[in-house]
Design a protein around this ligand. Structure first.
Ligand code: CTP
Length: 444
């Protein structure tokens, strides 16, 4: 496994982020920024300028952020929004920031909700400029950027590349992943400083010197070179748990089964990622990573079965489709797919503890349940907890509009007897935080 992670580059827990959007063509990328922040577990309110709304609609920004969107200081005067939003913010991120917005910020103007919010905010402010090269290099903009930096605003360097027209150069809005990573690093830094000032000393993180292995995503079992049996798991919760464990100081290995790059981009630097495709590959990778693991958290959706035979060539619709044959294939019933059972990785970790040195590994499983005529979600979860024998089993209800309450998502954690240990609810980031706190407490 890799060396222990570097200092966490993202903040712990759910934070309140104001995303300002100004009038640049790159405003259409703001929803991606919002989505990444929310996927990382943060609460987001969007404050666009009037000009931004010429490029992107308020309903889209409200939908991705989950909050209504206002632009003017007079939209809801009773709520004193220009102060309230600034006070609410733990981070203000303006993405994209146009040349005009940089000028207004540098001048200290407060003629719309966004600029007023920046003036009232006591949180860090990060801006991601986007404009044409001439505007970025103009002496006025250069001075505005210098002024803002002098005042403590973090100005993200724009990318170089294709601009709105046929031209290219410096001034391009950076990839949303980079914008979010740099903004969250600023937020993490600010909180580290606050913690250090608050306690007067740096404390050992509660998972320091621990090795935590997390599996995430969904396995894919090939039928032939182009087809597979798979599932819908995105790997987001497992990735957030891995990120949270790293923030608690653990050395983390994430065994990622078919997890998209935009989800993996939520990981802080230093997390070791082992990519796998099938259940057998996942089993081998998890066991190998667990040789010195203090905890293993199995969030991956592992296929219970795989095709008994994997065709080396593409399976044809009508069975026979030989080149040169005039028979375009005759209508036959498709051959049934014979399946063989995959190993139960979680049960295997319980039956055969993975540590080479005889040390103990805390084994945590997940169970997504729908409930059925034979029992509700928790009854199925409890039966599974007893069957699997893991130290902890986090049960969550899945299906259309199903959950344990009026919340984004919720898990009930059971012990190996099926008894309830705790409940965690909220955003996936919040659930990851709750579970990692529980695991840290168990390991303490
Ligand atoms: N799991 C595993 N190996 C498998 C199947 C599941 O390690 N072959 C793990 C999952 O990572 C998860 C837990 O077991 O932590 C529960 O997975 P789930 O699919 O809910 O359980 P199954 O045993 O497949 O039960 P069923 O499909 O009957 O609900």
């Amino acid at each position: 496994m890799s060396s222990s992670p570097q200092r966490a580059a993202t903040p712990t827990g759910t934070r309140r982020v104001v995303v300002g959007v100004s009038g640049s063509i790159a405003a259409y990328k703001a929803p991606f920024v919002v989505r990444l922040l929310r996927a990382a577990g943060h609460e987001v309110r969007v404050v666009p300028t009037e000009a931004a709304l010429r490029f992107i609609g308020a309903p889209a920004l409200a939908a991705v952020s989950g909050h209504p969107v206002d632009t003017g200081v007079f939209d809801d005067p009773a709520a004193v929004e220009h102060v309230a939003v600034g006070e609410w913010a733990e981070l203000v991120l303006i993405a994209p920031a146009s040349a005009d917005l940089l000028a207004r910020l540098a001048a200290g103007r407060a003629d719309d909700l966004l600029t007023a919010t920046v003036l009232t905010a006591t949180s860090p402010v990060v801006v991601a400029p986007a404009m044409h090269t001439q505007m970025w290099l103009n002496a006025a903009t250069v001075e505005n950027v210098a002024t803002l930096r002098r005042r403590g605003v973090t100005v993200i360097e724009p990318d170089s590349g294709r601009l709105t027209g046929a031209d290219s150069g410096v001034g391009r809005f950076p990839e949303p992943e980079r914008v979010v990573a740099e903004a969250l690093a600023v937020l993490a830094e600010a909180h580290a400083e606050v913690d250090a000032q608050g306690t007067g000393a740096t404390t050992e993180p509660d998972l320091g010197r621990r090795h935590v292995v997390v599996s995430a995503g969904g396995t894919r079992e090939p039928l032939d070179p182009v087809r597979f049996l798979g599932n819908r798991s995105s790997g987001r919760l497992g990735t957030l748990i891995a990120a949270e464990a790293a923030r608690h100081g653990a050395a983390v290995t994430l065994v990622a089964a078919n997890v998209e790059a935009d989800v993996l981009s939520l990981l802080p630097a230093g997390v070791e990622v082992v990519t796998v495709g099938t259940a057998l590959e996942l089993e081998a990778a998890v066991r190998s990573a667990c040789g010195d693991a203090d905890a293993v958290i199995m969030t991956a959706a592992v296929a219970d079965f795989r095709p008994a035979v994997v065709s080396g060539t593409k399976i044809k619709k009508h069975g026979v489709d030989a080149p040169g044959s005039s028979e375009a294939g005759h209508s036959t019933r498709p051959a049934p797919i014979e399946l063989v059972e995959n190993p139960d990785v979680l049960a295997g970790l319980v039956a055969q503890p993975p540590r080479a040195d005889g040390g103990r590994t805390l084994v945590v499983g997940f169970a997504a349940e729908t409930g059925d005529a034979t029992g509700d979600v928790l009854a199925h979860g409890a039966a599974k907890a007893r069957r699997k024998g893991a130290d902890l089993l986090a049960v969550n209800a899945v299906g259309d509009g199903v959950g344990f309450g009026d919340v984004d998502s919720a898990v009930v954690v059971l012990d190996r007897e099926g008894e309830e240990v705790t409940r965690v609810s909220g955003s996936k980031g919040h659930i990851a935080e709750g579970l990692v706190n529980l695991i840290a407490a168990r390991l303490a």
